[in-house]
Design a protein around this ligand. Sequence first.
Ligand SMILES: *[C@@H]1O[C@H](CO)[C@@H](O)[C@H](O)[C@H]1NC(C)=O
Ligand SMILES: *[C@@H]1O[C@H](CO)[C@@H](O)[C@H](O)[C@H]1NC(C)=O
Ligand SMILES: *[C@@H]1O[C@H](CO)[C@@H](O)[C@H](O)[C@H]1NC(C)=O
Ligand SMILES: *[C@@H]1O[C@H](CO)[C@@H](O)[C@H](O)[C@H]1NC(C)=O
Ligand SMILES: *[C@@H]1O[C@H](CO)[C@@H](O)[C@H](O)[C@H]1NC(C)=O
Length: 133
Amino acid sequence: MVHLVTSVFLAVAAFSALCTAEDVVASCDEFSFANTTLNASCEDATNSTVVETSIDLRTCVGDNTHGQLQCSHSGGDSLASCSGCKILSPSEGNLTLSCSSCPNQFGNYAASSVNLDECLTNNNGTLACTNST
Ligand SMILES: *[C@@H]1O[C@H](CO)[C@@H](O)[C@H](O)[C@H]1NC(C)=O
Ligand SMILES: *[C@@H]1O[C@H](CO)[C@@H](O)[C@H](O)[C@H]1NC(C)=O
Ligand SMILES: *[C@@H]1O[C@H](CO)[C@@H](O)[C@H](O)[C@H]1NC(C)=O
Ligand SMILES: *[C@@H]1O[C@H](CO)[C@@H](O)[C@H](O)[C@H]1NC(C)=O
Ligand SMILES: *[C@@H]1O[C@H](CO)[C@@H](O)[C@H](O)[C@H]1NC(C)=O
């Protein structure tokens, strides 16, 4: 009986988390990007209004020592050491950050990209980093 009550509680908690954290590509548009900041208009699902929000991608995206961009909460400044970064169209199903040049641990530079839909979430109209990575 105790176990049954516990699993019902966990199921409810997981369901409400899914309801408040929305997929960014599905619920945001008008993306613009400069320096390391992404702006977008995102729907607040609590009242269906659209609000402008922005996030410094350095808080959600880093690069590993191999110079590959990835979802990361390390908070380092590694994204700032990449250059030629732009946002690719989410109309193709992806919101992609693509940089023409990121340094690896040997000081060599190579192109790298990351699917921002995996790094970001829409919390009631506010862009935030996903918790899962
Ligand atoms: C993002 O929004 C801020 C505040 O409105 C603005 O100052 C900034 O220029 C915008 N950046 C981009 C890339 O649109
Ligand atoms: C990007 O950074 C440069 C240099 O700090 C600044 O002049 C420019 O206004 C910034 N652009 C935006 C859209 O914030
Ligand atoms: C929508 O809800 C947010 C809180 O999630 C609130 O800040 C905002 O003022 C609301 N907008 C309207 C038009 O009610
Ligand atoms: C979406 O992004 C992933 C990872 O960057 C990539 O492998 C895939 O080809 C992209 N899909 C589209 C439709 O651009
Ligand atoms: C979104 O708003 C609802 C209702 O106000 C609240 O219960 C929920 O915690 C909020 N979600 C996030 C991720 O802030």
